[in-house]
Design a protein around this ligand. Sequence first.
Ligand code: GLC
Length: 450
Amino acid sequence: MKTKTIILFLLALLVFNAPYSYSQLPKESESQKAQRMLWWTNARFGMFIHWGLYALPARHEWVKNYERLTNEQYRKYFENFNPDMYNPKEWAAMAKAAGMKYVVLTAKHHEGFCLFDSKYTDYKATNTPIGKDLIKEYVEAFRAEGLKVGFYYSLIDWHHPDYTVDRMHPQRQEQDSVYARLNKGRDMAKYREYMKNQVRELLTNYGEISIIWFDFSFPGKNGKGRADWDSEGLLKLARSLQPGIIVDDRLDLKDVEGGWDFTTPEQVKVAKWPEFNGKKIPWETCQTFSGSWGYYRDETSWKSNAQLIELLIESVSKGGNLLLNVGPTARGTFDYRAKDRLSGMGEWMKYNGRSVYGCTEAPEGFTAPANTLLTYNPVKKALYIHLLAYPMGSISLPGLADKVKYMQFLHDASEIRYRAAGGENPGDVIASLPVIQPPVEIPVIEVLLK
Ligand code: GLC
């Protein structure tokens, strides 16, 4: 009897004190989740903004890590942070003109610096020469342009005194044995509290927040994962404060039901629509214009407008989103290259956005002709054929015989005439195109289906 009571008592302890009882995340059916994410899947195109103290050195947002800088060495960027030209209304107008429907800004990146006026740290914009909460204006400006507003919040923190040195830290060491000594006095439990306090601030003080991007986990030796962050606790907090919020998959909760909403292939073109447990899942690729997320003055490997437009179409053609990053300067402006790319995309989107918004992968049975990408709008029953390499005079469209109701160029709604291929390819249709490419970076044929 006595042992039984003790066992029961121990069991109860386990159940009620288990730090990670994953059962308590809000439950949701697949269709409820799809419904919650519908605005996001329809939007397809968003702006990422990486902005922080690293805009001053202007040589990558990981500069503190790459150059193994101490807090003291990094301090000059805090002391000189004065983005006097910061006008998020301009940012928002550029994002909107580019065709973007949502935005995610780094409220705190790995360097630990906060763009918002947090009660829990001095390491924030209000204590720099600019002296104000930069998040507040950002939220207001983008909302006013009708974009959905999100935050990126770094789990990693290279400034906080309780954040333990790990293998990703600027003060990382070659020998494993020294970590224990190095981390003496650092208390991750306090850091976990700090993160919760800040996430509470971010998701309480700025109205409706549609996305939160936690970044990132690196479990394993001298790494950090769900237990270090209390990922489940953070996520529950986020969902309780903003029930509709959409969350990325970097909390190390991939195997937990409700532990993430979308997957985040970074700087890669996926080979096909990503799957998890055999099912296609919501995804968004985040991409830079060049190689760095933060403003990088001397970076020269900028993608062209055509490459960027193709990247967007590519993503939609496999059922995904594109979150395209801008790294504003330390004056608070978008640099000339970013402006050029954004306006190039906007020019294309203005006339061709119909092949992006509300579109997805073409249904099975539709084959993309060579040098084209297909997207599909299931509501309008419209197929979009993106001509990456412009054909000469005509294009043969496989499998469309008996399916076409009407065909036109998307940019000017000019009719495209077509005929059945017949002969050896009875299922195909041959569309006649002008020999000269219309003045569109990537022309699109809109096929309205029967
Ligand atoms: C990486 C980098 C980071 C960037 C992020 C964007 O995880 O650490 O600098 O913010 O990717 O996806």
